[in-house]
Design a protein around this ligand. Sequence first.
Ligand code: ATP
Ligand code: MG
Length: 616
Amino acid sequence: RQAPQEPLPAHDLNRLQQKAVEQIGRSIAVIAGPGAGKTKTLIARLHYLLEVRKIQPEEITAVTFTHKAAEEMIARMGDTAVQEKPNRHKSKGDAKASVRIGTFHAICCRFLQDSGLSFVIADTGLQMELAEKALREFERKASPTGFLQKLSQIKNGLSEPDENHRRIYEFYQKLLQESGAMDYDDLLLETLRILKNIPEDAAERKSFSYLLIDEFQDINPLQYQLVKEWARGGRELFVIGDPDQSIYGFRGCTPHIFQYLSEEYPCHITIRLEDNYRSAPDILKAALNVISHNQGERRQMRAQKNIKCPVRIVSTQDERREAIFIAKEINRQIGGIDMLDTRNTEEGCEDTVRSIRGFSDIAVLYRTHRQAALLEKCLRQEGIPYQIAGREDFLTERDVRATLYFFHQAIYPGEKPAEELCRKLLANYLKESPALQLAYLTEKYRKKVKKSRPAKLLEEWLKEISFENEEPIKKLADMSILYPTMESFLGTLSFGEDGDVRRNGGKKFTADAVTLMTFHGAKGLEFPVVFLYGMDTGRFPLEIGSSSGIASVEEERRLCYVGMTRAKEELILTCGQEPSCFLQEIPEENARWERTRDAEDTETEKPIQLNLFDFM
Ligand code: ATP
Ligand code: MG
């Protein structure tokens, strides 16, 4: 979330963090709760490897969970880092030695391109299109989404296909291949396949000699295979994470992954950090108490912050009033009416708390993306600028996909599969001589695609092609405002996770905006003020019907733990109906329960505190 930072001086770290930075070993894990400075330690170790141990940058690879984290890390590393992006043709500038930083997918994509493969990453739109085709071919009525989910499970080794299904899957793979495309799972599978045939001391493995991985608790079985394969010829594997923050069980991830790793390497070293630098003590205690309801040893962390500010639990009558409360509360905080100062009277409070908030200090988290619509409406009503994270449906629309492929092939010349797909998708608009017209357009944009802002490029693009419906492209342009270059925008769309892909909420762009995202999307991030929206029975833990087993309550609790521990100074949980069981797990001494005074409770029946908007 921050601007590029200076490398951290060593004295910024505590003793154990410093130990983790300097530790030499074949396999090292740093396990610690949220806000213990794991990510900070990983970055410090990168610097230490380069500057003190004088490891060559090209021998180092760092894997991040999100595209944004990779971008931030690269900004901090300065010249020694290179981002993994969909670019098979190294330009001259890339030739110099550099640390590789990226998500699993980005690193695999680059590896495959360096191995000489020519392909395009299949976007969701293409996957859906081909899935529909495959299902039609075999006269199946199944949903393409379900088909793709199942296929992904199979590719990840989580499920076995029966003979009937196998034929459809093979057909789908053939269609993918014909399009010159690979889906996300294929990127990993193909990398693994190639690596397995490469001897341990081969040059291709050199860049994985020193392998560092953040958020290790959320690597899935296929990624774990890959890590082991990378590490096979390597020298040092360094992973950091927190089993209690493992929240991707549906992708096959498990909190036990650290244990598996330690069994893999007999000389494995584990370092545990126990100080929390992020959250106020009440927030930390509340979160620790919640997670302690999961099986396993008691969790302990010492809070380093000294702010007295109980967690607020606010109950309202329904979801709508809950959203209104949040919007009003945000405006109140921005207005500078400072709750913290008035509450911050107890002795021993050394830290001073910022009395006036900016919008970007605030995040609102929810369990499912669907819950965002109501919040958006309320924030707009209150005139609050916001950014919303998550993939939206318009991204799979034909014209949007055509546009993205167009800019992709304009940035990376010679990408035949992308060019081909783009031409196919634009066929309706380039009637006369598609190939010529496309070549002309590409040439025209190639010059400016690296220099102009993506929003400006898309604005011009809209004038270039008379799209039947301009709305989706306009939405795409709105979204692109948040990205400095077209390359960064495309990179985010290709390799981004839940929290990466963002859109600007208001009409006008402002950098100072409230963040709206799912609990999943907020992983690794922190904000001074965090609202957790929808803390009701049924909504959280989420009831997803009969398929949800008992194990999922523990996973939901971990998700709750992740959400709560994003907050630095203030945590406000809201519920609209029956309070979630997780709220009962917050100790009384760390929380304050409130009920909103609701307009409809009053005799006048006129809104007094809250505006009741027209939602019906
Ligand atoms: P998460 O599990 O949520 O990813 P984390 O363990 O990766 O958390 P960081 O994000 O690295 O934690 O650090 C949390 C916050 O604590 C950051 O604001 C960081 O700058 C700060 N911090 C970490 N270590 C120290 C330290 N030794 N001194 C002061 N501040 C620190
Ligand atoms: Mg982290």
